[in-house]
Structures are given as C-alpha cells and as structure tokens.
Ligand binder design. Structure first.
Ligand code: ATP
Ligand code: MG
Ligand code: MG
Length: 143
C-alpha cells in the first residue's frame, strides 16, 4: 500500500506518461496523497573552468517556464483529492527530489525514464539514473 506518492515532473512527454501512471495509482490507492514536484534549475555557464550564473533575464525566463510546467501539472491533477503540485527551488534535480522525498517521508517516487534532454539512445537520463541509484524507497520508472 502506498500512502505518499511523489511524482518528479519536467513537462516532457515521458514525464506526462509518468504522471498519468501516478494518477492511475492514486485512483487505486484512494487514501494516498499525490504530490508533483518540478525542480527549477539555475542556468550556469562554465567559462574557463569557472562556474558563472547566467544573466538575470535568462534566469527569470527559465523560472517562468518552470512555473508553467508546475501549473500544467496542477491542472492535470486538479480533479484528484489530496493532490498538489510544487515548484522546488534551485539545484540539481535528483538530490533536491531525493532530499524532499526523505524529508516528507514519501513511500514511492514516480519518474519518467527520459526527460527534456536529447540523448535518446540512453535508457535513462541523468536525473532518473541518479534517483534509481540513490533512492531508499521504491521508484517507478515509466517508459
Ligand atoms: P538529461 O537531463 O540527463 O540530459 P533527460 O532529460 O532525457 O536527460 P532526465 O532529466 O533524467 O532525462 O529525466 C528523467 C525524468 O526525471 C523525467 O521524466 C522526470 O520524471 C524527472 N525530471 C527530470 N528533470 C526534472 C526536474 N527538473 N524536476 C523534476 N523532475 C525532473
Ligand atoms: Mg533532463
Ligand atoms: Mg538535463
């Protein structure tokens, strides 16, 4: 029985399929809470071995894109009780998601195998790879 289901969502087609699977689970485990999280990533540039934060207008535009992704998720779950969508601030997605899952005692993480990245020949993206490798709760990887 799952009681707290966490969905990692980046707005990609695979993440949409993952969210749909989580919604199906939620319809079986009716008492479960469902939370969709999207991690906003600060855009950094590497200039001769130094990490430089990208210009503010770029960050602002990316932040708005992240807000739109969360809003899209929120609409997809709006018909479900005990369901929320949250924008998590800054950092590499996998550690932020794993820390959040620990802190709030989730018992299942649902992720897509791939995301917005382009290397389609890989089975797992870097975020799903790290979550599968490091999570200490069950992970559902949706293809
Ligand atoms: P890469 O990012 O390594 O180039 P990719 O984008 O194809 O590859 P991942 O980023 O690992 O693959 O995406 C796999 C899954 O991880 C997504 O379907 C989504 O569930 C989750 N995910 C990825 N990025 C985020 C994010 N910023 N916030 C929340 N979940 C994310
Ligand atoms: Mg990605
Ligand atoms: Mg990436």
């Amino acid at each position: 029985v799952f009681q707290k289901i966490l969905v990692a969502y980046d707005g990609s087609e695979t993440a949409k399929i993952a969210l749909d699977k989580a919604i199906s689970l939620k319809q079986v485990f009716t008492q479960a809470t469902l939370e969709v999280v999207h991690v906003f990533q600060i855009a950094n540039l590497v200039i001769s071995d130094t990490i430089v934060t990208g210009p503010a207008p770029v960050q602002a535009e990316l932040y708005q894109a992240s807000e739109a992704i969360v809003e899209q998720a929120r609409q997809r779950i709006s018909h479900l009780p005990f369901s929320t969508a949250t924008l998590l601030d800054g950092g590499a997605p996998a550690p932020v998601i794993l820390d959040y899952a620990d802190e709030h005692q989730f018992d299942l993480v649902v992720i897509g195998s791939r995301g917005m990245g382009a290397l389609k020949e890989l089975v797992l993206g870097s975020v799903s790879h790290e979550i599968v490798q490091r999570a200490n709760i069950p992970v559902l990887v949706v293809k």
